[in-house]
Design a protein around this ligand. Structure first.
Ligand code: HEM
Length: 219
C-alpha cells in the first residue's frame, strides 16, 4: 500500500482517473440515463467521503498511532485532498448531467439550501485546492492557510454529516457513513487532546529549573 511508487501526484492522478472511470461506467451501464446519472452522483459522494476521511484524519492518526502506514497517510495528505476535490467535481459533473437530462427530477432532489450550502462547500474546495501547492500556500501565508484549510475541512465534514445523516430515516445503511464520520471526529479530538498534553508537558519542562539528566537536588 505504501510502496514508494504510490505517492504524491501519482496518487492524485490514480484516484481522479479511478473516480472518473467509475462514474462513466455507472452512466454507461444503467439502462435509463437518468438512473445512470443518479448512480454516478451517489457513487462519487461515497468515493469523495473516503478520500475526505483519509485527508481529514491523516495527521491525527499519525500522532495517535505512529507507523509506516500512518506516516504514508500523513505524507500524502495533500495529494489525497486534491483527489477528494477531483472526486467531488465529478459529483458536480454528474449533478449537471442529471439537470440536463431531467430538470424536473433535479429540482425534486435539490432545494435552495442545497445550492447555497453546497455552493459554499465547492467554493471552499476550490480555494483549498488552489492553495495546495507550495507556491500558492506561501502566497497567502501560514495563518490564512491554516484558517482556510482547518475551517474548510470542518465545513465539509458537516456537509457530509448532513447529506448522509438526512438519508438515515429512509435507509439505515446510511448509518455506516455517519459512523465513519463520527469515528473521524473522535480521532481528531483525541489527537488534539494528545497534542495539548504534549505542549503543556513541553512548556512545563521549559519553565522548570530542574531540567537535566539526573534527579534534581533538593526535590
Ligand atoms: C450545489 C451543490 C450540490 C448539489 C446540487 C448536490 C446534489 C445532489 C443530489 C441531487 C444528490 C442525490 C442523488 C440521488 O439521490 O439520485 C446528492 C447526493 C449526495 N450528495 Fe450532493 N450535491 C451538492 C453538493 C454536495 C456536497 C458539498 C456534499 C458533501 C460535502 C455532497 C454530498 C452528497 C451526499 C453524501 C449524497 C448522498 C449520496 C448517497 O446517496 O450515497 N453534495 N447530491
Amino acid at each position: 500500500m505504501h510502496g514508494s511508487w504510490l505517492n504524491g501526484w501519482r496518487l492524485t492522478a490514480l484516484a481522479g482517473l479511478g473516480v472518473a472511470a467509475m462514474a462513466a461506467a455507472a452512466m454507461a451501464s444503467a439502462p435509463d440515463p437518468v438512473d445512470g446519472a443518479r448512480l454516478a452522483i451517489r457513487l462519487t459522494a461515497r468515493t469523495s467521503l473516503l478520500l475526505f476521511l483519509a485527508t481529514f484524519t491523516a495527521s491525527a492518526l499519525a500522532r495517535l498511532a505512529p507507523s509506516a502506514s500512518t506516516r504514508w497517510l500523513r505524507a500524502n495528505r495533500r495529494y489525497l485532498g486534491v483527489g477528494f476535490a477531483i472526486s467531488h467535481f465529478v459529483h458536480l459533473g454528474a449533478i449537471a448531467t442529471l439537470a440536463r437530462l431531467d430538470y424536473a427530477v433535479f429540482l425534486q432532489l435539490t432545494n435552495v439550501v442545497s445550492y447555497v450550502a453546497g455552493g459554499l462547500a465547492y467554493l471552499l474546495i476550490v480555494l483549498m485546492t488552489i492553495t495546495s501547492f507550495d507556491r500558492t500556500a506561501a502566497l497567502i501565508g501560514p495563518r490564512a492557510w491554516a484558517w482556510l484549510h482547518t475551517g474548510g475541512l470542518w465545513y465539509i465534514w458537516f456537509s457530509f454529516a448532513l447529506n448522509f445523516g438526512k438519508r438515515v430515516p429512509r435507509d439505515t445503511a446510511y448509518l455506516v457513513p455517519v459512523a465513519l464520520l463520527l469515528a473521524a471526529l473522535v480521532v481528531r479530538l483525541l489527537a488534539a487532546r494528545k497534542r495539548g498534553a504534549s505542549a503543556r508537558d513541553a512548556a512545563g519542562a521549559a519553565r522548570s529549573p530542574y531540567v537535566g539528566p539526573g534527579p534534581a537536588a533538593g526535590v
